[in-house]
Design a protein around this ligand. Structure first.
Ligand code: PLP
Length: 426
């Protein structure tokens, strides 16, 4: 059973100020989860989680995570600016970009971020842009082939655009050593949404062994290994959440087996989790506004894929609770839809739910990562507000909803702009 972190009464109170749809986040859940992660890795002196900003790029959420000890993992200028504004400078930001536009390395270095090179060609690109290298550099690894964890959990690094081959890693380290780089890191992201306790320990073993080979081949001083993101969450009600304590313990065993005997016991473990840090602690709140019965039964909501793209894009499952009907039998078969002119704009397909009446409030679970963040404006749909449910039970609007003024603002240099504004008022 999946239970909402907020009551129907609270949602009804919030709707007085913030009409649906909106995303809501659970401060208490985010803090407790971050604390458990730090406890699981407390055996490692330099451990740090760099929260993947792209998962939920809201400064209030980033601020809460900062208070929990987390840094930021950024991959674009906008994300770097957010991290910088929050004071996530001096190695509290990891810049894990790829296909990096000119100018972004300069910005990242200026704010003291750790640079993570996605490709060996980035070395020359960087040197051209900045004329030197920082003292500490990370390189991203891609082992190719297939990375299989356990019971059907696997991914295909061989098809992924990220990272360097081992030969390129060795070459990059040698080149950087010649340029005076003193400290090195390794980064890899091989499986996404891995709902298993085995992924991190297996990845750690692979990266620790690579670290030993790289050290022996080049003499580089490797000071951190970044296991990146990828720990998954139980989107479906029958799934078990990962046991972060067991994961931390599994990584510790690999560390003691492989790194300690090589005298590499000063290596800090970094993570760049996004989904695991905030996914379960966010929900999309939407109202049922229409029902329709043709060959199938449809419930139309006031949200759409522009507010939550994962079901349309990946066929992803997001559990739905009809608020106030938690105890009611799920004996109705529905497709729950949005209003986009796209047939894949469905939050649920062939889902058994309690009978839904117009005006019912739906709580769509697990939107705290890659939810609002993937929003877009197709069909002229506007991005929603974001609300924080605070630890003391009160709420705070942490992003207002986008307006039509925002939407049309980029036409401001066209002669028709005034007319558009006037038509807005009609
Ligand atoms: C997306 C991303 C993450 C976070 O991934 P999750 O699946 O949300 O944990 C971490 N690092 C990098 C480089 C990413 O691109």
């Amino acid at each position: 059973m999946k239970t909402p972190f907020v009551t129907k009464e609270k949602i009804e109170e919030i709707i007085q100020t913030v009409p649906t749809p909106f995303h809501i986040y659970d401060e208490k859940g985010i803090r407790e989860n971050a604390k458990a992660l730090y406890e699981a890795f407390s055996w490692n002196k330099g451990f740090r989680e760099y929260y993947a900003v792209k998962a939920c790029p809201n400064p209030r959420i980033l601020e809460i995570l900062k208070e929990c000890g987390c840094g930021c993992d950024c991959s674009s200028k906008a994300e770097l600016i957010l991290a910088n504004a929050l004071g996530q400078t001096d190695e509290m930001t990891m810049f894990s970009s790829n296909d990096t536009p000119a100018g972004e390395f300069t910005y990242a270095e200026k704010m003291g971020a750790i640079i993570n090179f996605d490709d060996i060609t980035m070395l020359d690109f960087y040197e051209k842009e900045l004329g030197h290298f920082p003292k500490k550099i990370c390189c991203r690894y891609n082992p190719g082939g297939t990375f299989e964890v356990s019971n059907n959990i696997m991914d295909h690094p061989g098809d992924a655009k990220y990272g360097m081959t081992e030969r390129q890693m060795t070459e990059a380290y040698r080149q950087l050593l010649e340029e005076g780089v003193e400290e090195f890191g390794i980064h890899a992201f091989l499986v996404s949404n891995a709902v298993t306790n085995d992924y991190y320990p297996m990845l750690a073993r692979e990266l620790f062994e690579l670290a030993v080979r790289l050290k022996n081949a080049t003499g580089a001083h490797i000071t951190f290994i970044n296991l990146s993101g990828g720990i998954g969450i139980p989107y479906r009600p029958y799934m078990q959440p990962c046991d972060i304590k067991a994961i931390g313990e599994g990584v510790r065993e690999a560390y003691e087996d492989i790194l300690v005997p090589e005298g590499m016991d000063d290596v800090a473990i970094f993570t760049e989790l996004g989904r695991y840090m905030t996914g379960p602690y966010g929900a999309l709140i939407t109202t049922a506004i229409h029902e329709k019965h043709i060959e199938k039964n449809y419930i139309g909501t006031d949200a759409c894929a522009a507010n939550l793209m994962r079901p349309a894009m990946y066929g992803a499952y997001h559990h739905i609770t009809v608020l106030g009907k938690e105890g009611v039998r799920s004996d109705h078969l529905y497709d729950v839809t949005g209003s986009l002119c796209e047939n894949n704009d469905k939050f649920a397909v062939d889902r058994m739910l309690p009978r839904i009446d117009i005006g019912d409030i739906l709580y769509i679970h697990d939107t705290g990562a890659h939810g609002f963040a993937m929003g877009y404006n197709y069909n002229g749909k506007l991005r929603s507000a974001e609300v924080l449910l605070k630890e003391d039970g009160t709420f705070e609007v942490i992003r207002r909803a986008e307006t039509l003024d925002d939407y049309f603002a980029t036409f401001e240099n066209l002669p028709i702009y005034a007319k558009i504004k006037a038509c807005e008022e009609m």
